[in-house]
Design a protein around this ligand. Structure first.
Ligand code: AMP
Length: 227
């Protein structure tokens, strides 16, 4: 059995958090494009330099960089039993790029989980976001605070705020989401892959909804997720 799902949702929707819990629960890789790009920036590569400029501006990193990064990642051995894509695709062009990669690998996406949440909540959430620079664990000082102020529960490192979580960049990212990424909801609805998830609940309740979906799908003849 392999499960291949894709998370959609605005910046700050909590898709990364849900993808990370789902990845640990199902024991399949969580492929987070934003995190891969931040690694690229940390390695000071040419692609990293280009990515940094775009990320700090709240804009999408060029198609070729992102698509080749994903192509390489999906071909790795650990994706054989499924994967969770978080933050890719983010435009129709990228969705078409993903189609080509899937055809080459002879695999299909089972479902697209769209975390649905109003815009004003997105902006507020981003302002409270912190993450661990060492292990990548994500926090929100209001919704999911660390046990000890500013210290990672998992590896004890000091938490940091992303440079693109400032109010100005956050607003630009939401604009980019609306113009570039939101059309994907229609794209995947037309492919009968979209599952809408109410993103206004607590982290645990959203995750329960996702797990229930897997259970419901198990008993459904037209199932998307073959868990
Ligand atoms: P995230 O960590 O998913 O919020 O992504 C942070 C930033 O990385 C985004 O605002 C974009 O600038 C860039 N990024 C992440 N995923 C993609 C993608 N699929 N295509 C282009 N740029 C991306």
């Amino acid at each position: 059995m392999s499960i291949r799902v894709l998370f959609l949702g605005g910046p700050g929707s909590g898709k990364g958090t849900q993808a990370s819990i789902l990845s640990r629960t199902l024991n399949i890789p969580h492929i987070d494009t934003g995190a891969l790009l931040r690694e690229e920036i940390a390695s000071c590569s040419e692609n990293g330099k280009i990515a940094k400029k775009q990320i700090d501006n709240g804009q999408l990193v060029p198609f070729q960089i992102v698509v080749s990064m994903i192509k390489e990642r999906l071909a790795k051995f650990d994706c054989a039993n499924g994967f969770i894509l978080d933050g890719f695709p983010r435009s129709l062009e990228q969705a078409e790029g993903l189609e080509e990669i899937l055809i080459e690998l002879n695999i299909k996406i089972d479902a697209v989980l769209n975390i649905d949440i109003p815009e004003d909540i997105l902006i507020a959430r981003m302002a409270y976001r912190k993450s661990c620079p060492e292990c990548g664990e994500k926090y929100n000082t209001k919704l999911k605070p660390p046990k000890q102020d500013n210290i990672c529960d998992i590896c004890n490192s000091t938490l940091t705020q992303r440079t693109d979580d400032t109010e100005e960049t956050a607003a630009k990212r939401i604009q980019t989401y609306k113009t570039e990424t939101e059309p994907l909801i229609n794209y995947y609805t037309n492919q009968n892959l979209i599952v809408n998830i109410n993103g206004e609940k607590s982290i645990d309740n959203i995750f329960n909804d996702i797990l229930n979906l897997f259970k419901e799908e198990k008993n459904n003849d037209n199932k998307k997720i073959k868990a």
